[in-house]
Design a protein around this ligand. Sequence first.
Ligand SMILES: Cc1cc2nc3c(=O)[nH]c(=O)nc-3n(C[C@H](O)[C@H](O)[C@H](O)COP(=O)(O)O)c2cc1C
Length: 206
Amino acid sequence: MELVHAIETRVSVRSFTQEKIKTEDLKELVRRAGLAPSINNSQPWKFLAITNQDLLKKMAKAVSERIGSLPVKDKEDTNRSFLSRIEWYSTFFEDAPAIIALLMKPYESVLEKGAELTHEEIDRMRNHPDMQTAGAAIQTILLSAVDLGYGACWMSAPLVAKPDLEKLMKVQSPWSLVTFVAIGKPFGSSARKSKKALSEIFEIIP
Ligand SMILES: Cc1cc2nc3c(=O)[nH]c(=O)nc-3n(C[C@H](O)[C@H](O)[C@H](O)COP(=O)(O)O)c2cc1C
């Protein structure tokens, strides 16, 4: 598939058929993610594929429970309808054939070896290069998913239950869960979101 076609047809997919994802495809997605740019080529990542449906259900339950325990702003909203909507967007991965989770460990910047600046100062100054690195890897997975005939959705909402998820996934220090992608064969078609016109988002500085 042409890259531009994958870019133009990618949408967030949140409903999947039950068809399993081939292990070779999971490996290929991660192989490509591993080619993404990273801060100082540190490649501070590890990718965990989870296809175990029981584990996915346990993870979703942990997310639901966390959301259920969040205090609500609108005290009139006795049905917690706002949080219920968020809950679905945070837990639909339980019905996905797989998720690919991105774990990262702290990177060391070249600058901190020579400059009198703390890691945190450099991190803030450079706008969190580790998170930028994560974005490059995840976008590579999303586009590659389209290329291989899958649909996927980037998910950060479940991170409300990060400690519980890390426990269930047996993530150990120095690794930590950054985000994940739900993936599978799309069930039905997902609506394309409208995107801003080029004229709105682009400017050439003469
Ligand atoms: C950093 C990030 C986190 C996201 N987390 C979630 C999520 O937790 N749940 C969800 O349903 N969608 C999530 N999305 C998907 C966005 O909602 C989606 O990309 C956006 O609505 C635009 O739609 P499109 O991807 O179809 O173009 C996330 C996207 C990004 C970039």
